[in-house]
Design a protein around this ligand. Structure first.
Ligand code: 4AD
Ligand code: MG
Length: 432
């Protein structure tokens, strides 16, 4: 007898198999019990007929198997045309492992704080499981995309002395006698990588001690950061849209069931696999917002209402180009003819999900960059290595960062980033 996973049941019809499972729900009458089972690969039903098992097994199933009880089931796989999965197991024997009494998460509605306090258990429910499968598929799609487009993965350090994205939201720690921070972004190191290996990318956790409590901000999130040598911003935008379209395409191809579990009709994602995505300047965006009656002026950063308005205006992800210098980081490239904006772009997701990518061409002039470091209130000594990159074989280069959880929240229609990551770190949450 073979031990299998539920997902492989279709390959074992009319065979006797053994499966390790948890109970999600059960229903029984005098002669029959229906056990709803999961093993992490899929959900299906186990049917227990009183006259096909010993009386002890039937009684045990009725009285001792509680929600999330773990056990082995042995039985025959049958087709089950009425269920969505299409197969069930006719149970012949059960080997109980753990009864699991008083499982806290029931099949009723629970408040979000309760669910987050029990995230270690909530992960077993169908929606979190679907999300983790999509997250995993997107992560693999990243490796596929960059791996097949000539990029080398370079892992930046997590403990660092640099603050690329500003000094207000740094996590400070001691590094023996020195001060250190948890990385906000691997970008500066990816730039060193690009000058060594031409096209590189990173994928890892980054940390922002953001005191603001919004639906779109996590304290710890995962970012993909490609960096490309001998590349100007226009070409980088083409990489960005092709890459985002690829991610969407792979999720549609391989996760349509999971998308549906989360309430996203895969059909509605198809338009986003078509490139190019529209591009407008920050100046044009301000005009659009003002015409739309929003209270913004040139120089303001965009918040959720502005991003949602702009996204609604286009039915595609949209690039907003050349933001004012005052609201962007020091490393961005100066505009050739204007001294008030950088050569940069953010990509806004459609349907009001906000910025999913931030990117730019990088400043390559040594003196301009040194001044920008100083103007940002940073100590040039800490950035000497970064400035070196402009001294020895400096080349035009561009890059960007995609926030994994922002991307996921958009494609799965989550109203908060907290459900897109296994164990969210938020302003008031370090547990579990
Ligand atoms: O726009 P950001 O801050 O850009 C950078 O960090 C650059 N160094 C990237 C680069 O050019 N290599 O962050 C990039 C993306 C945002 O567009 C957003 O998707 C996500 O990271 N992000 C967050 N996601 C969750 N929680 C937060 N607090 C986030 N802050 C940014
Ligand atoms: Mg940004």
């Amino acid at each position: 007898m073979q031990t299998i996973n539920i997902i492989d049941a279709p390959k074992h019809v009319n065979e006797r198999v053994k499966i390790g499972v948890w109970l999600t729900d059960k229903r029984s009458s005098g002669k029959i019990a229906f056990l709803q089972l999961r093993d992490g690969t899929a959900f299906f039903q186990g049917v227990l007929l009183k006259n096909k098992v010993t009386p002890e097994i039937f009684e045990m199933a009725k009285h001792e198997l509680h929600q999330e009880a773990s056990f082995w089931v042995i039985g025959e796989i049958h087709e089950d045309k009425r269920s969505k999965f299409g197969y069930e197991i006719q149970i012949e024997d059960i080997e109980l492992i753990d009864k699991s009494e008083d499982y806290p998460i029931g099949n009723k509605e629970h408040g979000i704080d309760f669910l987050l306090d029990n995230r270690h258990l909530w992960l077993r429910s169908s929606k979190p499981q679907a999300m983790m499968k999509i997250r995993d598929r997107v992560i693999r799609a990243n490796y596929e995309y960059f791996g097949s487009h000539g990029f080398t993965k370079i892992d930046p350090p997590i403990l660092t002395g640099n603050a690329p994205e500003g000094t207000t939201d740094l996590f400070h720690t001691k590094y023996f006698e020195q001060d250190a921070y948890l990385s906000q972004s691997g970008q500066l190191y990816e730039e060193a990588g690009a000058l060594a290996l031409n096209k590189v990318y990173s994928f890892g956790p980054v940390f922002r001690a953001e005191k603001s409590k919004t639906r779109r901000h996590l304290i710890e999130f995962w970012m993909i950061e490609p960096e490309m040598a001998f590349m100007h911003q226009e070409e980088s935008l083409e990489v960005q849209e092709e890459y985002v379209a690829y991610l969407v395409e792979k999720v549609i191809e391989d996760c349509s069931h999971e998308l549906e579990v989360l309430g996203r009709d895969p059909e509605t994602l198809k338009p986003f696999t078509q490139t190019p995505y529209p591009r407008i300047s920050y100046d044009e965006a301000i005009d659009l917002l003002q015409e739309g009656g929003l209270d913004v002026k040139w120089g303001d950063d965009f918040g959720s209402p502005e991003e949602t308005f702009l996204a609604d205006h286009f039915s595609k992800p949209v690039f907003i180009l050349n933001y004012p210098k005052s609201i962007k980081p020091f490393y961005m490239k100066n505009h050739p003819t204007r001294d008030d904006v950088y050569i940069c772009a953010d990509l806004l997701a459609p349907e009001g999900y906000g910025e999913i990518i931030g990117g730019s061409e990088r400043e390559t002039d040594y003196d301009t960059l040194l001044q920008a470091v100083k103007d940002a209130g940073l100590d040039p000594k800490d950035y000497a290595w970064y400035l070196d990159l402009r001294k020895y074989g400096s080349v035009p280069h561009s890059g960007f960062g995609l926030g994994l959880e922002r991307f996921l929240s958009w494609i799965t229609l989550q109203d908060h980033l907290r459900t897109t990551i296994p164990f969210p770190r938020m302003l008031n949450r370090l547990y579990p």
